[in-house]
Ligand binder design. Structure first.
Ligand code: COA
Length: 148
C-alpha cells in the first residue's frame, strides 16, 4: 500500500542522495531554499518505506510571464521502484497542491534522461539544453496550470 505525505527537507535525503547525488557528499543533497516556509516536500511511502520524493519551491523564472510560478526540484524515485507509476503519482499530487495554491505555471530544470517522462505528464521543453555543473545536461520544462 502506498501513500504520499508531507515530509521535511532532511527526510528527502535518503532518496535524493542515491538517485540524484550518487557519489557526492550528503551535503550536496541540500538545495537553497529547502527550509523556506513556502517550500514543500512530499514523500511517497510503500509499506511505510520512503521510495520517492519531490519538492516544490515558490520561484519565478523570467522566461515566463505567469504571475504565480512554482518550481519542482529533487524529483526522484529509488531505482528498484522506477517505471512502476510512482513518479506519476508524485507529479499528480504536486500539481494538485499547486492548483490548490492557485499557481499559474510549474517549471523546472529537467535532466535530459527524464524529458520523456515529463512530456508524458504534459510538460513542454522551453529553450535549449544547458549544463548544470557536476549534475549534467538539463532543459527547462513547464506546464501552464490555467489560462493566463
Ligand atoms: C524520472 C523519474 C522520477 C520517473 O519516475 P518513475 O516512477 O520511474 O516514472 P513512472 O513509472 O511514474 O512513469 C510514468 C510514465 O513515464 C515513463 N517513463 C518514466 N521514466 C522514463 C524515462 N526516463 N524515459 C522515458 N519514459 C519514462 C514510464 O514508462 C511511464 O510511461 P507510461 O505511462 O506510458 O507507462 C524516475 O525514473 C527517477 O527518479 N529517475 C532518476 C532521477 C531523475 O532523473 N529525476 C528527474 C530529475 S529532473
Amino acid at each position: 500500500m502506498q501513500n504520499i505525505k508531507q515530509i521535511s527537507a532532511l527526510e528527502t535525503f535518503p532518496v535524493r542522495h542515491p538517485v540524484l547525488r550518487a557519489n557526492k557528499s550528503i551535503d550536496s543533497c541540500h538545495f537553497d531554499g529547502d527550509n523556506l516556509k513556502a517550500t514543500i516536500h512530499f514523500g511517497l511511502l510503500d509499506q511505510n518505506n520512503l521510495i520517492g520524493v519531490i519538492s516544490i519551491f515558490e520561484a519565478k523564472n523570467d522566461l515566463f510571464t505567469a504571475e504565480k510560478q512554482f518550481q519542482i526540484r529533487g524529483m526522484a524515485v529509488l531505482k528498484e521502484y522506477q517505471k512502476k507509476g510512482f513518479g506519476k503519482k508524485l507529479i499528480c499530487n504536486s500539481e494538485k497542491h499547486c492548483s490548490d495554491q492557485n499557481v499559474n505555471l510549474i517549471w523546472f530544470n529537467a535532466r535530459k534522461e527524464a524529458i520523456r517522462f515529463y512530456e508524458k505528464m504534459g510538460y513542454q521543453v522551453k529553450g535549449s539544453p544547458f549544463e548544470i555543473k557536476g549534475v549534467g545536461e538539463h532543459v527547462i520544462m513547464f506546464k501552464k496550470m490555467n489560462c493566463e
